[in-house]
Design a protein around this ligand. Sequence first.
Ligand code: DAH
Length: 336
Amino acid sequence: MPDESAGGALQSKITELGAAALAALDSCASPGELDAAYQQYLGKKGELSAIMKGFGALSPEEKKSTGQVMHQTRTGIEERFAARKQSLEEEALAARLAEEAYDALRPLSAERGHLHPISQLQMQVEEIFSNMGFRIMDGPEVETDLHNFGRLNFSDDHPARDMQDTIWTVDGNLMRTHTSTIQVRTMQKLKPPFRIIAPGRVFRYEETDATHENTFHQVEGMLIDRDVSVAHIIHIMKTFLSEIFEREIKVRLRPGYFPFVEPGFELDYLREDGRWLELMPCGMVHPNVLRAGGIDPEEWSGFAFGLGLDRLVMMRYGIEDIRHMLAGNLRFQQQF
Ligand code: DAH
């Protein structure tokens, strides 16, 4: 039977307030909101204090039973507050950790990178020559004068040795100016017959412009065997270029001078528009170079070539300025 006394009325107000307070605490989404709700109901100037103003007027009996209801309600709200506070703090922490956490399995970026066009072409060149039995050699970028010049039949006063062309180190070594150094290094390592290519970076002390860079890429080639002739150069180069350009390629040789070949040539190829374009220097390996490499020129002969990789990339894609190659500009590189 409902208690219609003053104490009964107060008790039901307290109970209502308790239910409202619990609902309010449950709906709070953050520790801050929770503190505000707590103050609203149980704070010094909160709703519970306000309705308890009527407490003084109650009879001692009513005070006792109302006091109990008040105490229970208060305790209930405090417990709920503490529980909600803990779970909201845990949620906040978990959210922060999830945001900061390093997930080793998460893809770093939706966008995949790819190889630089020079690397792509280099791999293709390596594959074509590998299929023709060529080995792929490598060597250092800082070289001795002997490997870069001396053993390649450069005279001591050859202009290529000049400070104008070569980056020298303080201890008298140099940044290799061409991959022909690998001719020398290969002859030190392998016994003929052999056929090798050597791709790599080379360096010149250059004023840069659309066709000159201080750092660029070459592929050296060298084939040593018995009775090698110019016909072998032409055949290998035609085969190589036809694969690269994916059509039958015509080549021609013009005389060219490099101290390590005799005779030396410039190899041109016939473009689709009918014009000849200079592509690479090559020649028959000079007897002095063979001798310096411990190979008897009476028994062995060979040819060598030096392909400019940057130039080949530029021709393939119609790139007008070699300085794009190493500029690291993504707008350039993403096109390949
Ligand atoms: N090493 C020469 C250069 O960088 C290019 C070259 C010419 C390489 C003739 C050769 C060759 O193997 O036979 O200018």
